[in-house]
Write a protein that binds this ligand. Structure first.
Ligand SMILES: CCCCCCCCCCCCCC(=O)SCCNC(=O)CCNC(=O)[C@H](O)C(C)(C)COP(=O)(O)OP(=O)(O)OC[C@H]1O[C@@H](n2cnc3c(N)ncnc32)[C@H](O)[C@@H]1OP(=O)(O)O
Length: 222
């Protein structure tokens, strides 16, 4: 075990690639359950099920939730909620609220590295609605934080988000694949300046600038 548990992580993230092997067993089941929960969350925003049907589902979910709670150990085998502390270039991010396939809250955004750019793609469902028919601005900010965060992590000296500035130019449509792009602009001391865009087709929906501050990761715990 290294004295600097995050040192290897940071080096690995300089070469981060998403996992390309399909999950199996319990992990595949986790992804399937999370995907089913996303379908339910989407449908709950616009449905006409009767009260009895909803109550039956709620009771089943409450019972299942209690069974899951009873299995909790305090260990978190499903990887990392963020990119920087990951211990492997092919690390698992199933818990991430933005990209985690095992986290039903995540859209999920899919990220890839393209040269010096990070590209993120997502299709936001109705559970992410802000303005009618369009994506909530806070959700867009979270997605920018993730793609800019990944871009800055690849400098090898990743930091925490200090300032994230977003200019919303056009409403971002729901139910349409949208594309985030991010890259590092420059590094000044501990400050990493990253910038990004969000497009729906040819339409520029938003632009972001982030200042990430390199931190001593040993101060932080998972
Ligand atoms: C669990 C592990 C997470 C790891 C995260 C990795 C990200 C992974 C990607 C995932 C993405 C998701 C990521 C997330 O969601 S991270 C979650 C959201 N962010 C936070 O919670 C951060 C909370 N803030 C802090 O911890 C501290 O304030 C930080 C660490 C940011 C700075 O406190 P520190 O005491 O260390 O700094 P310093 O005072 O010595 O100043 C140093 C320099 O920095 C400049 N400065 C300071 N603050 C800001 C600011 N806010 N904007 C712009 N610049 C700022 C300052 O002027 C100075 O510059 P200069 O005078 O030298 O020129």
């Amino acid at each position: 075990m290294s004295d600097d548990p995050f040192g290897q992580s940071i080096a690995s993230l300089a070469n981060w690639v998403p996992p390309d092997e399909p999950p199996t067993g319990q992990r595949a089941a986790l992804h399937r359950l999370a995907a089913a929960m996303r379908i339910v969350a989407e449908a709950l925003t616009d449905m006409q099920a009767d009260e009895a049907d909803l109550l039956a589902a709620a009771e089943a979910m409450e019972q299942f939730g209690a069974r899951l709670e009873a299995t909790r150990t305090g260990h978190r085998p499903w990887g990392f909620a963020e990119s920087a502390p990951a211990g492997d270039a092919r690390a698992m991010f199933d818990r991430s609220p933005v990209i985690g396939l095992g986290n039903p809250v995540a859209p999920p955004l899919r990220m890839e590295i393209d040269g010096d750019r990070i590209v993120g793609r997502a299709t936001f469902g109705a559970q992410y609605e802000g303005p009618p028919g369009h994506v909530h601005g806070g959700i867009i900010a979270a997605a920018f934080d993730e793609v800019l965060g990944m871009a800055q992590a690849r400098t090898g000296r990743p930091g925490m988000t200090g300032t994230l500035t977003i200019r919303y130019r056009r409403p971002t449509p729901l139910h349409t694949e949208v594309v985030f792009e991010a890259r590092v602009d420059r590094v000044e001391g501990r400050k990493i300046f990253a910038a990004g865009t969000l497009h729906a087709g040819e339409t520029l929906c938003a632009e972001a600038e982030g200042i990430f501050i390199s931190v001593d990761f040993s101060r932080l715990t998972r």
